[in-house]
Design a protein around this ligand. Sequence first.
Ligand SMILES: [Ca+2]
Length: 94
Amino acid sequence: MHRSLVLSLAVAGAALVPVSAAVADAPSTPAAKVVKKRRCDSNYRGRCLRPDVSDYDCAGGSGNGPYYVSGPFRVVGTDHYGLDADHDGIACER
Ligand SMILES: [Ca+2]
C-alpha cells in the first residue's frame, strides 16, 4: 500500500519527483525487517526461546510447560525460566 502510494505520487508528479529516487526508497524499510525478525530470549544461547511467554520447561522433564525446549544449551544471562537446576550455566542437561 505504501509503495503503490509512492509510485502513484511519483507518476502524478513526475515533473517534480524523480521516479528513480522514489522507487529506491520503497523496497526495504527497516520497520519491515524488525517485524519479520524472530525474537529470541537473550538470556539463553544455543536455543531460540521466546522471551515473552509464561514458562519454559526442559523437554522430557517433569515440568508442566506450557513451552518445552530440549538441551543442553547455555545460560548467558538470568535463568528466569529456571532451566538450569544446578546453576552451572548449562540448562536442560542430562
Ligand atoms: Ca545445569
